[in-house]
Design a protein around this ligand. Structure first.
Ligand SMILES: CC(=O)N[C@H]1[C@@H](OP(=O)(O)OP(=O)(O)OC[C@H]2O[C@@H](n3ccc(=O)[nH]c3=O)[C@H](O)[C@@H]2O)O[C@H](CO)[C@@H](O)[C@@H]1O
Length: 354
């Protein structure tokens, strides 16, 4: 294999939480020839197309109740496995790396049926269904949180943290017109935004601003009331690419509990209020959030129980208590695995170059 470039197929699709860790890992594999496997019309078609050749296959999740729909999806999965097998063979790939989700199933099955290594990274504390089902077939399963190992008893696991994009490891400036000496409250709804959190935040915003804070609100692009609160100290955007600058600068963050954002909060040592997405598969965001709450790095509220008054007061209390914020910041920092992309890339190399 010495002179032949190593060819790796990365299967990562759908949301920032799946795509960004895969991209961060790919940056550590610059000597590899990388191609990407995704699904049509998902975020990868905008994010990946300029960087790597992108192949797409139509896969989707199993519905809860068995029926004709499920049969159709199962048939589609079988046909996807054959498609990926063809791609792996004709492209002469040496292995597959995936960050889980539906795209992982055909990628893992196709690779293993050809005797190629399949490396899976799972960033959530409660691994997704696909990870739990297909991890025994993987060469190795890298996990973001130690806790995930207990749900994967038949897999060979290695805890490597979750990779963040390289700007998070530096201290990039915030390119927004916000004064340097004011408290900044940032709201991060995950790569899709969080309408219910947005609503609560808008009810509290005036009182936080009156207490001297500025607010940056990442709203997502599906909030019909997005323009209903306006103030010179309140900036909102559907999606903000410089999350690294934002989280480094933020005094505190109000966020969903996607594994990607949590990892970034740890690396940037940012205190947070976490409101797990209540409809996430198997409530997995609550498991992520619990890791941070148990470590003293965040306070967690269930969306169903949280009132605007509670949220408003929690933030006002913290604005008056820099010591509490400092304690949480340190606890968040203690959860960070800063060399995660290195570790994960190393693991990929170990298996693909075996
Ligand atoms: C609703 C849902 O099920 N979400 C899941 C999805 O993540 P989802 O993509 O929703 O959320 P994550 O927090 O994991 O990742 C969001 C990523 O997008 C970035 N970002 C977000 C907004 C923005 O304006 N700019 C920006 O760059 C964040 O910095 C982060 O890197 O996959 C994750 C990994 O399996 C899971 O943990 C999440 O629970």
């Amino acid at each position: 294999m010495a002179n032949k470039p190593i060819r790796l197929l990365i299967a990562a699709s759908g949301t920032g939480g799946h795509l960004f860790p895969a991209l961060a890992t790919s940056e550590q594999l610059k000597d590899y020839q990388i191609e990407w496997l995704g699904v049509p019309n998902r975020m990868e078609t905008q994010l990946i197309g300029d960087r790597y050749p992108l192949h797409t296959i139509p896969v989707e999740g199993f519905q809860q109740r068995l029926g004709l729909g499920t049969l159709k999806i199962a048939l589609r999965l079988v046909s996807s496995v054959f498609q990926v097998r063809r791609l792996l063979k004709t492209g002469e790939f040496h292995g597959v790396f995936t960050t889980g989700g539906y795209i992982a199933a055909p990628a893992i099955l196709a690779a293993r049926s050809l005797g190629l290594p399949a490396i899976l990274h799972e960033s959530n504390a409660l691994p997704g269904k696909v990870t739990r089902t297909f991890s025994p077939f993987c060469s190795v399963v890298a996990i973001g949180f130690e806790k995930a190992a207990q749900y994967l008893p038949k897999a060979k696991t290695a805890c490597v943290g979750t990779p963040v994009r390289s700007p998070f490891l530096a201290t990039p400036k915030l390119d927004l017109p916000i004064p340097e000496n004011v408290p900044l409250i940032a709201i991060a709804g995950g790569s899709q935004g969080a309408v219910a959190v947005n609503k609560l935040v808008r009810q509290c915003a005036k009182s936080w601003i009156d207490a001297g804070a500025w607010i940056f609100h990442q709203t997502g692009d599906n909030d019909p009331e997005v323009d209903s609160f306006q103030h010179p100290h309140y900036i909102s955007m559907p999606f903000y690419p410089n999350m690294a600058g934002l989280l480094h600068r933020a005094t505190l963050v109000i966020s969903r509990a996607g594994a990607g954002t949590l990892t970034e909060l740890a690396v940037t040592k940012t205190p947070s209020i976490l409101i797990p997405y209540p409809f996430a598969a198997e409530d997995h965001q609550a498991y992520n959030a619990a890791v941070f709450a148990d470590a003293g790095a965040a306070v967690v509220y269930r969306q169903q129980e949280l009132t605007a008054q509670q949220l408003e007061q929690q933030v006002l209390d913290w604005l008056k208590s820099p010591e509490s914020l400092q304690k949480m910041a340190e606890a968040a920092g203690a959860l960070a695995v800063r060399d995660s992309s290195d570790r994960l890339a190393q693991l990929v190399r170990e298996w693909v170059e075996k």
